[in-house]
Design a protein around this ligand. Sequence first.
Ligand code: F6P
Length: 364
Amino acid sequence: MAKAKRLGVLTSGGDCAGLNAVIRAVTFRATRTYKWEVFGIRDGTQGLMSRPLDYLKLGHNTFIGDVLRAGGTFLGTTNKGNPFAYPMPDGTLKDRSGDVSDGYHELGLSALIVIGGDGSMRIVRRLAQQGDMKIVGVPKTIDNDVRYTEYAVGFTTAVNTCVDAMDRLAPTAASHHRIMILETMGRDTGHLALNSGIAGGADVILIPEIPYTLAGIVAKIRSVQEEGRNHALIVVAEGCRTEKGEAVTVAQGGGEVRYGGIGQYLSASLASQMNSEIRVTVLGHVQRGGIPSARDRVIASAFGVHAVDLVAQGKFDRMVAWHDRGVIDVPLASVVEGSRVIDPMGAIAQTARGLGIYIGDDPH
Ligand code: F6P
């Protein structure tokens, strides 16, 4: 009897809700339809780098219980272990890319499904080219900034979390006649802030793609007050810059910098011009956790099934994507060329303007 094909699956980069639903769909499709074996690689590419290899054989029984419903990834992940510049205990960086491809071949994999964001896709594509690995990508990220897909797994759950926060901030803002600033994640894009701000009833939404002025924010809050409302909500994406164009970051160990602090900057800059108190909420990693929304589970399932079908058809170096109410696949080479940003004149930005939300100064 011919040996069953062996499929690997791993999660890479920052976690989000819905990753387990992708792993489940990959496992069910591969084992039930194609009778393949499936190996879940632990902690991203790190599991293939480790000796002994760090993996878990997946089957139907893996998903008994609440795995589908749980946030995070039961395989583990990392957004720090780039195999081309792997951080060693002595503080140096080492190229360990060869260990990953050796691990892939040692495990006898026929293909590897990588659930990741654009950064992970860039890394695994390079690994695949160098180490003769067959890769199919599945996009996930709360930032929703992966090119060619309308939705990445995890985005809608994160939007729901932000909206839930706004639903809680609005009544306390009203009770105290305050201005509430909510700082969201999203890295260099404003998908999370803009979608959440519209759904959560913000008066001001600031995103990295559209410049703003402090005077514009003040004018909007004053007009809200003139309309007779004594409180207001401002949503700001972490990647927004100061009015002068400076990034607001927090230094981490090892020279790493991370976004954070734009909410406090706005509060300090607006305080003297406002006759209301201002409070800042930084949602942080709450946005990455939580029970995946039904929408994320559906998208995750569709992605997982399609990714396995691509492997069955021998189509590699591609990423599954959500487009026009269905799943398509696109070349990874085009995906990794850049990030998907908000179109300042696109439908979502225009919706915000149409509602009278201040999202920055009008480009016209
Ligand atoms: O890319 C996802 C994301 O959550 C960003 O929105 C955020 O800037 C970053 O990851 C946070 O990374 P870490 O988990 O390393 O703090």
